[in-house]
Design a protein around this ligand. Structure first.
Ligand SMILES: *Cc1c(COP(=O)(O)O)cnc(C)c1O
Length: 398
């Protein structure tokens, strides 16, 4: 079957909750993918940063295959020999004390919300059912009913009510707004260190640090969603390390699954994680031995191959090269590490059109927020491959 036949099948039999670019992929290795016609593309989306280690990293695939041949699933009704070592590794690299494993990012966010609320009731004596969590406008934390309840994007919410109460939305990168939103029922502040889906919005230096200090002062949890920014994407292992802070709850996902399977985690201190007791939260697949084995290899690759350092170095180079294109269509180029947003000028037309042209040039990239082209290749990309891409991006943006 060729491209159009596959697309016709999907149009017919798959729900239309996405609007994919017209390419049908059949193979991937490292930063490269191949379509059903045999054409090769450089992947500059990395499945929204779930492929920081590249497609089918040999060490991750080996861990997956070895574990597949031993044990895949136990449920948490029993112990398995993979959960402990993986949680220990996660605690070591984050400086946290305990991990709770889930599958998707949204489940991780839901878990953190449940944790913060119950922590508030049990440790801060918030009146039952009165807990409030502060979040930011233009956020993206996932697609469950509770999470979209505090989205500021009408498309994510339209027709899906009624919504979950208990959230206060304030502007992003606005410390005074945070300060005035806090009251005696506030149990946490949930924030992305860089807003990814929101258009690669980088807050002012000091924002994350000041937000954490306010949380400390008012005894509320500082909850960081590093599902997209974490694990090397922004040039540090975690984006919060740019500001010398430590979150009370850290949510990881995407690249934690090594580009193979869904793995998410919430990490915190024993005091915070004690909100969970046997039976009050769980997931059939959360912490399964296959996920833990893959997750352990996924983290090991990021650390052993120094992917955060690569991201910092190559990201700075890539950004400079994009700036050097000097495109009359571009309003701003922003980002950290290999997490770069190119915002187009208002009269340039929608970013999607440019992504379609990039596709023809052999580059997979995705628009976000109408006007922004996101460039977030796997962190294993080579400098020569960035040069290859810049040549083509320049053609499209000239
Ligand atoms: C992708 C993402 C999520 C949701 O993760 P899923 O695995 O798609 O549920 C949550 N937060 C951020 C910041 C994300 O980028």
């Amino acid at each position: 079957m060729k491209t159009q036949e596959h697309i016709n099948l999907v149009e017919n039999f798959a729900a239309h909750n996405y609007h994919p670019l017209p390419v049908v992929l059949v193979r991937g290795e490292g930063v490269w993918v191949e379509d059903v016609e045999g054409k090769r593309y450089l992947d500059m989306l990395s499945a929204y940063s779930a492929l920081n280690q590249g497609h089918r990293h040999p060490r991750i695939i080996q861990a997956l295959q070895e574990q597949v041949n031993r044990l895949c699933l136990t449920s948490r009704a029993f112990h398995n020999d993979q959960l402990g070592p993986f949680c220990q590794l996660l605690c070591t690299i984050t400086g946290q004390e305990q991990a709770l494993l889930m599958n998707s990012g949204a489940e991780g966010v839901e878990t953190a919300i449940k944790c913060a609320r119950r922590w508030g009731y049990t440790k801060k004596n918030v009146q039952p059912d009165h807990a409030e969590i502060i979040v930011c406008a233009n956020n993206f934390h996932g697609r469950t009913i509770t999470i979209i309840s505090f989205s500021s994007e009408p498309l994510y919410k339209d027709g899906f009510g009624p919504f979950t109460p208990g959230f206060k939305v304030i502007p992003y990168d606005d410390i005074p707004a945070l300060a005035s939103a806090i009251n005696e029922n506030t149990v946490g502040f949930l924030v992305e260190p860089i807003q990814g889906e929101g258009g690669i919005i980088v807050p002012k230096p000091g924002y994350i640090k000041q937000a954490q200090e306010l949380c400390r002062k008012h005894r509320m949890l500082f909850i960081l969603d590093e599902i997209q920014t974490g694990l090397g994407r922004t040039g540090k292992l975690f984006c919060y390390q740019y500001e010398d802070v430590k979150p009370d709850l850290l949510i990881l996902g995407k690249a934690l699954g090594g580009g193979c399977i869904p793995v998410s985690a919430v990490l915190g201190s024993k005091e915070v994680m004690s909100a969970f007791v046997p039976g009050n939260h769980g997931s059939t697949f959360g912490g399964n031995p296959l996920a833990c084995a893959v997750g352990r290899a996924a983290v090991a690759v990021i650390i052993d191959e120094k992917l955060p350092e690569r991201s910092a170095e190559l990201g700075a180079y890539f950004k400079k090269e994009l700036e050097n294109i000097n495109s009359p269509l571009v309003a701003e180029i922003r980002g950290k590490g290999l997490f770069i947003g190119v915002e187009l000028k208002p009269d340039a037309g929608p970013a999607r059109g440019y992504c379609a042209k990039l596709l023809q040039e052999g580059i997979l990239a995705k628009d976000t927020h109408e006007k922004v082209i996101r460039f977030a290749p796997p962190l294993v990309i080579q400098k020569s491959e960035i040069d290859w891409a810049v040549e083509r991006i320049a053609r499209v943006l000239k």
